[in-house]
Ligand binder design. Structure first.
Ligand SMILES: Cc1cc2nc3c(=O)[nH]c(=O)nc-3n(C[C@H](O)[C@H](O)[C@H](O)COP(=O)(O)OP(=O)(O)OC[C@H]3O[C@@H](n4cnc5c(N)ncnc54)[C@H](O)[C@@H]3O)c2cc1C
Length: 302
């Protein structure tokens, strides 16, 4: 017998009671090995990893994604790890955004991540969504993707055929497109620790708190004998993927940090970006925004 809601005025018969997403099979592995074996089996049938579900579940509810299988990794203890090894912060696939509300390590890296996390969505989403889920999803306006691109992070991907370590430069390939294969589990992301004398700044512009950024910048630099000796300048939400802007870094190095130097770096970046355009934001607007977010991030870093 078909189950359904009772007939309503204007309808000829019962309305089918349906789940919002298309039907799928649910798998709950308890180890990384079990997860990658299951993924190898189901990937050809659009099997997907379920981490925090904060991006995947909404798009499934709208039926923009209809995976036939979900491999839920939340029960895998080994993916909870958050530790420093060989000078790198290792962030396991089940570490939530909210883990970064307080600095997870001493020094500039911990403080920088604790600043950035507050711009990601809203508190309830941060308690479920994961750092690695953001990296795998690769939204152009993801704060964590910007941080990984700016700081030179590495992604560790595992499948039944082996383990790959993918540098940020090779990982992000475009809008929601990465180097991950369908049968690969992103087990962790590694971020290099920042030297204690690093100056760090992050600036994001959006119309309402909690929205995705229209544009954002993350910068780090060091000063030796009064001039900038090393610099990283990266933008997110501007182009299809976050990236370092070498022209802006060159404009900083060898100069004393201050208003004129920061403006020169900001202008250099604005002249080379190839901004995204959408229904409400023109490419020219994003180009101007590039200069603004970089200058403000640099000012914050002082
Ligand atoms: C209202 C709202 C506002 C938001 N605002 C922001 C924002 O301002 N900034 C921001 O960055 N994000 C924002 N998000 C997205 C949020 O940060 C998500 O948590 C994040 O994008 C995905 O992480 P997740 O753990 O929820 O992944 P899921 O939703 O579970 O998965 C997302 C995708 O990544 C894949 N995936 C996940 N983990 C892995 C893994 N370990 N290996 C391989 N593939 C994997 C999944 O198969 C899926 O395709 C927002 C979400 C909502 C609902």
């Amino acid at each position: 017998m078909k189950r359904g809601f009772p007939a309503q005025a204007g309808h000829d018969g019962p309305i089918e009671a349906k789940m919002k997403p298309a039907p799928f099979r649910y798998h709950a592995p308890k180890t990384i090995e079990e997860a990658i074996e299951t993924l190898a089996e189901v990937a050809p049938e659009d099997g997907r990893i379920l981490a925090g579900g904060q991006s995947l579940v909404p798009i499934m509810a709208f039926r923009l994604a209809k995976p036939a299988h979900l491999v839920d990794i939340n029960g895998i203890e080994a993916l909870q790890r958050l530790s420093v090894e060989d000078g790198r912060l290792c962030i396991g696939a089940c570490v939530r955004h909210s883990a970064f509300h307080q600095p997870v390590v001493d020094g500039p890296l911990g403080r920088l991540l604790a600043t950035v996390v507050r711009y990601i969505a809203h508190y309830p989403i941060r308690t479920r969504g994961t750092f690695c889920g953001s990296i795998a999803h690769a939204d152009p306006a993801s704060e964590w993707c910007l941080a990984v691109a700016a700081l030179g992070g590495e992604m560790v991907a595992r499948s039944t055929t082996g383990t790959r370590v993918i540098p940020a430069l090779d990982f992000f390939r475009g809008i929601m497109t990465t180097a991950l294969q369908e049968n690969e589990l992103l087990t962790e992301v590694r971020l290099p620790m920042l030297p204690p004398d690093s100056h760090c700044g992050f600036y994001e512009f959006n119309r309402r708190a909690g929205d995705f950024a229209l544009g954002m910048a993350l910068v780090t630099y060091r000063v030796k004998d009064g001039t900038v000796s090393e610099a990283c300048v990266a933008v997110g939400g501007i182009e299809p993927q976050p990236r370092l802007i070498r022209e802006a870094e060159d404009a900083l190095i060898g100069r004393s940090p201050g208003r004129a130097t920061f403006q020169a770096a900001a202008d250099a970046a604005a002249s080379v970006v190839e901004p995204l355009e959408d229904l409400i934001t023109s490419a020219e607007y994003r180009r101007e925004l590039t200069a603004v977010v970089i200058r403000r991030a640099l000012e914050q870093a002082v």
